[in-house]
Design a protein around this ligand. Structure first.
Ligand SMILES: [Zn+2]
Ligand SMILES: [Zn+2]
Length: 107
């Protein structure tokens, strides 16, 4: 049980201008950079600010830097190729089926 460091609060620094910013700050009061995630400068673990309320959850570092919004997470391509193929082939199959049924009924 280590309770000696409980009183230490984590510090947050803007990764752009380096100024200390309040916990859960969404915008740097100094340079107006907007933050989305917090990154630990020690182990480079990044997550939402709430996970850093007691410092870095991975290495325990108490001074994580707020990372920039500019880090664009590659948006997972939600469009599944399978879905596209399915959406294209299904109507074609239905039309073919209807045509075949009509031909069959006429003959
Ligand atoms: Zn800043
Ligand atoms: Zn860390």
């Amino acid at each position: 049980m280590k309770k000696t460091k409980d009183r230490e609060k984590p510090h947050f620094y803007c990764s752009k201008c380096g100024k200390e910013v309040p916990f859960n700050a969404e915008i740097c009061p100094s340079c107006r950079t907007s933050f989305t995630k917090v990154m630990c400068p020690e182990c480079h673990y990044s997550n939402e600010a709430k996970f850093f309320s007691r410092g870095c959850p991975v290495c325990g570092h108490m001074a994580p830097a707020l990372s920039l919004k500019q880090k664009q997470q590659k948006a997972k391509l939600a469009v599944n190729k399978r879905d596209i193929v399915f959406l294209i082939t299904l109507p074609i199959l239905v039309i073919l089926f209807v045509l075949l049924a009509l031909l069959y009924l006429r003959s």
